[in-house]
Design a protein around this ligand. Structure first.
Ligand code: PMP
Length: 436
């Protein structure tokens, strides 16, 4: 569909002031004025089903979050060098969701900032510089984390102390499961071999290994929840190599993957540092780095760390309200049940469609591979883009994943209901010719 004159004018104004550093979703961008639950509304009342938002996890314009933030704004909101209740109350609640050994937390304002701090801590603690990530990883925008994010594109060089290990060829098992124990242990063994080779390379280059940094659902590698447990094996291997495991929970954290509250717990991995952001404040900027205290003690002994806004009372109240909502509305269970329902129904709908390459999911994090439709089963990014655009025109918002963009990615707010799921399925059914 074409842009309306109003949309075209706003887009032109946006490009004039925000330039090309601020891309929008879709060729026909979605102009929203308000939200509720898993729905976004245009000025004319058009109701978009949001199947992609991992910030507004407890629902757009959540009243409980709004009230907590408004209440705090009437009390005080300043920087973080006073004794304040809000940050302590939240830190205690957050740490209670972790195993005992992850016993301290530092607050930040974004996922990027969290990963940056985590890497600096790992380097100080280990005395090494080398970093290992997955093949198409994304970890953020600071100078350091952008240099270890291969998905950034080819314009800027990646860090010399980085090794990126491809994992998608091992973990893209269509149904996302490794029910056959032999297949699961073969996948796990293959991945350990690859990471050990990366460690050896960094040792040989003189960098050593400070950390393996892993997005715990591998959201930009194509959404790879399968072979549960392999991250635990890699944690053991990196510990032997003298480095740490940093679990990036920006995408996988806060109950999204259904089975566990944190993605690294699905793998039963011994993470040393855990980073988070996006969903934590339901849109109020906030992030955190949870760590084993000796790692932080070493860092604090070497450098001064002060974060003006990290842990500010308004963000902490928002974050507390998010935890309230996840608990009170049983959103972890909803993620598990609604995610399973969607995966089963999409499989039923598309099983025989030639372009359907398989579905992988954990809770409400879903990846669908799109193929060219002939016997070669070649991934087809153009077909994936056509499906994403067709759904957008039908007011259903999803996006893509994988290095070549050939996977669909669905990751709705955790309040996504059965009725929301049925609307998604109805709209998918209406575009099945695109899967032929
Ligand atoms: N890590 C992962 C896995 C992410 O997906 C993102 C954001 N897409 C980040 C880190 C960076 O977070 P932020 O945009 O809040 O800096």
């Amino acid at each position: 569909t074409d842009l309306t004159p109003d949309e075209a004018a706003l887009l032109a104004r946006r490009q004039r002031v925000l330039g090309s550093l601020a891309p929008v979703f879709y060729e026909h961008p979605v102009h929203i004025v308000r939200g509720e639950g898993a729905h976004l509304f245009a000025a004319d009342g058009t109701d978009y089903l949001d199947c992609y938002n991992n910030v507004a996890v407890v629902g757009h314009a959540n009243p409980h979050v709004r009230e907590a933030v408004a209440d705090q704004l009437t009390r005080q909101d300043t920087h973080t060098r006073y004794l304040q209740d809000e940050v302590i109350d939240y830190a205690e609640r957050l740490l209670a969701t972790f195993p005992d050994r992850l016993d301290h937390v530092a607050f930040t304002n974004s996922g990027s900032e969290s990963n940056d701090l985590a890497l600096r801590m790992a380097r100080t603690f280990t005395g090494h510089r080398g970093v290992v990530v997955t093949g198409n990883a994304y970890h953020g925008i600071t100078s350091l984390v952008s240099s270890i994010s291969p998905s950034f594109g080819t314009g800027l060089p990646l860090a010399p102390f980085l090794v990126a290990v491809p994992i998608d060829d091992v973990l893209k098992k269509p149904d996302g499961t490794f029910d056959d124990p032999a297949a699961a242990s073969a996948a796990r063994a293959e991945l350990v071999v690859r990471f050990e080779a990366a460690f050896a390379k960094l040792h040989d280059a003189g960098y050593g290994v400070s950390a393996v940094l892993l997005d715990q659902i591998f959201s930009s590698d194509g959404v790879l929840p399968g072979a549960t447990g392999w991250v635990a094996d890699v944690a053991d291997a990196v510990h032997k190599a003298g480095g740490l495991l940093i679990a990036d929970e920006v995408q996988s954290g806060f109950a999204r993957t259904g089975e566990r509250f944190w993605g690294f717990r699905r793998h039963m991995a011994d993470a040393d540092i855990v980073t988070m952001g996006k969903p934590m404040g339901n849109g109020i900027p906030t992030g955190a780095v949870v760590y084993k205290h000796d790692i932080g003690d070493t860092f604090a002994a070497c450098t001064r760390y002060f974060n003006t806004f990290g842990g500010n009372p308004v963000s902490m109240r928002a974050a507390g309200a998010v935890l309230d909502e996840i608990e009170a509305r049983e959103l972890q269970r909803n993620a598990l049940e609604t995610g399973d329902y969607i995966a089963v129904e999409i499989t039923r709908l598309l099983a025989d469609a030639p372009r359907f390459g398989g579905i992988r999911h954990a809770g409400l994090f879903i990846g669908i591979d799109i193929l060219d439709g002939d016997d070669s089963r070649t991934p087809d990014p153009d077909a994936a883009a056509r499906i994403i655009a067709a759904l957008r025109d039908r007011h259903v918002l999803i996006s893509g994943s994988a290095a070549d963009g050939s996977s669909l990615k669905l990751r709705p707010p955790l309040v996504f209901s059965r009725a929301d799921a049925d609307r998604l399925l109805t709209e998918l059914a209406a575009i099945t010719p695109l899967f032929e």
